[in-house]
Design a protein around this ligand. Structure first.
Ligand code: PAF
Length: 287
């Protein structure tokens, strides 16, 4: 397993594989790898001849300097885990490699896909940071396919928008959210939850399941949302948002008569968590 720190080294390492017509897969990460990331690396391994994992805590996508400072950095463990899941190369640049002195370009995506939900709470600058770094990573690696986790559902929509709008020749693949046995969506932030908050954090996935249960009984999105809010309130959690939206446009839905995305974001103690599930209406039985 090789670790490279510059785009030049990365291109040199990938050059012979590209010339040989091999399929290159990329799994972009901010490190602190967990089973969710590793499932993406394994999926990339299955579909690619060469797998690159990028490990870069991207400063431009953090709206809160304290969150950036507290973000876990565990590079040695990340390299070992990436190798164990089948990665061939880790690209772990320093911030100055990605944003050298004089850097002045930002990829911005505007409209509901960035201005709602995470964008409304964290500011659209968050997605400017994501769109910019993902574009730079795709340009640096030139992969045939790149893998992203479904937990960051809005990020996936934004990345797909960037790739379509800029005509970047890459396939975007999405891996299912990996959960702990008790339902908590895996996240690099989970390690910062104290024991009591770790238990309270289960309210997020419970709330999403309650939304589905309500949708089983009727298609009114407001009633389904109320059912989710009740679960959160039982644990004293007031979400930043709990929303039912169209999975492609992220526009709010009022009637769940087709699959919708239920998304939640909330602080549990000092840790901000997000989760989502696709909710589907009960079959009508009419054929
Ligand atoms: O999902 C993440 O870890 C990050 O947002 C990404 C895609 C690696 C960009 O920094």
């Amino acid at each position: 397993m090789r670790v490279v720190r510059t785009v030049a080294e990365l291109r040199e390492a990938l050059g012979p594989h590209r010339e040989a017509g091999e399929r290159i897969g990329l799994v972009p990460t901010m490190g602190a790898l967990h089973e969710g990331h590793l499932s993406l690396v394994r999926a990339a391994r299955e579909a690619s001849d060469v797998v690159v994992v990028s490990v870069f805590v991207n400063p431009t996508q953090f709206n809160d300097p304290a969150d950036l400072a507290a973000y876990p950095r565990t590079e040695d463990a990340d390299v070992a885990l990436a190798a164990s899941a089948g990665a061939d190369l880790v690209f772990a640049p320093e911030p100055a490699e990605m944003y050298p002195h004089g850097y002045a370009t930002t990829v911005t995506v505007r409209g509901p896909v960035t201005e709602s939900l995470e964008g409304a709470k964290r500011g659209v600058g968050h997605f400017d940071g994501v769109a910019t770094v993902v574009t730079k990573l795709l340009l640096a690696v030139g992969p045939d396919a790149a893998w992203f986790g479904a937990k960051d559902a809005q990020q996936v929509v934004v990345v797909r928008r960037v790739v379509a709008d800029l005509g970047i020749p890459v396939r975007i693949e999405v891996g299912l959210t990996v959960r702990e046995a008790d339902g908590l969506a895996m996240s690099s932030r989970n390690v910062r939850l104290g024991p009591e908050d770790r238990v309270r954090a289960l309210a997020l996935s419970r709330a999403l399941r309650a939304v589905q249960t309500a949708v089983d009984d009727g298609t009114d999105a407001a009633a389904a949302r109320d059912a989710g809010l009740k679960e959160l309130a039982a644990d004293g959690i007031e979400p930043e948002y709990l929303a039912l939206v169209d999975p492609a446009t992220l526009e709010p839905v009022t009637v769940v008569d087709r699959p919708a995305l239920a998304l939640v974001a909330a602080y549990v103690g000092t840790v901000r968590l997000i989760d989502n599930m696709t909710v589907t209406p009960a079959p009508t039985g009419a054929l």
